[in-house]
Design a protein. Structure first.
Lengths: 110, 116
């Protein structure tokens, strides 16, 4: 079983739509969680960390459910510029290991 | 602030040649990671270092690949001899591995490697 699993998509949504991505992780000892964004032919960039109580950054909301071992990302009022691949990342503090999901592709359509 | 710096940005070489990729992590970060990304296989962790010591090199494809971190501010990934199947984007990332506080990885721009 992979440490982190994501639905690869693709998700094709119209501008203004709300879209949600989920990601599951296998190790209950995982300590830190992140969402990254990767544009075509670019490096992954940190979008936001995911905190236990959930957190919001503008149109983006991240949630963590430790009991069910999943994290989610909600994007409201999608913009064309949101088109990218979104990667969920789980960190095992012991040894500082990071595990990346395979990414979910999002295309926002005019 | 300077981010993770990788060089070269692009490398095109013939198979059989030695390739050396370089990385300077963010100052003060004590963990460094080398990744390879292709369309077919996605993002793969090759090796990572904590405090200049290799911790997990199980992702290194074979003996042709080697990585070193002689000091806290520099690392190299070497391929010798290179083969066409090594063509990929190679990313270096660093993080401040400091325990339970959320410390993400920061990526360099990557090296786009083409082996002819």
């Amino acid at each position: 079983r992979k440490e982190v699993e994501q639905d690869p998509g693709p998700f094709n949504v119209p501008e203004g739509a709300t879209v949600a991505f989920n990601c599951t992780y296998s190790n209950s000892a995982s300590q830190s969680f992140f969402w990254y964004r990767q544009d075509c032919r670019k490096e992954p960039k940190l979008l936001m960390s995911v905190y236990s109580s959930g957190n919001e950054d503008g149109r983006f909301t991240a949630q963590l459910n430790r009991a069910s071992q999943y994290i989610s990302l909600l994007i409201r009022d999608s913009k064309l510029s949101d088109s990218a691949t979104y990667l969920c990342v789980v960190n095992w503090v012991t040894g500082n290991q990071f595990y990346f999901g395979t990414g979910t592709s999002l295309t926002v359509i005019p | 602030d300077a981010g993770v710096i990788q060089s070269p940005r692009h490398e095109v070489t013939e198979m059989g040649q030695e390739v050396t990729l370089r990385c300077k992590p963010i100052s003060g970060h004590n963990s460094l990671f080398w990744y390879r990304q292709t369309m077919m296989r996605g993002l793969e962790l090759l090796i990572y270092f904590n405090n200049n010591v290799p911790i997990d090199d199980s992702g290194m494809p074979e003996d042709r690949f080697s990585a070193k971190m002689p000091n806290a501010s520099f690392s190299t990934l070497k391929i010798q001899p290179s083969e066409p199947r090594d063509s990929a984007v190679y990313f270096c990332a660093s993080s401040l591995g400091r325990g339970s506080d959320n410390q993400p990885q920061h990526f360099g721009d990557g090296t786009r490697l083409s082996i002819l």
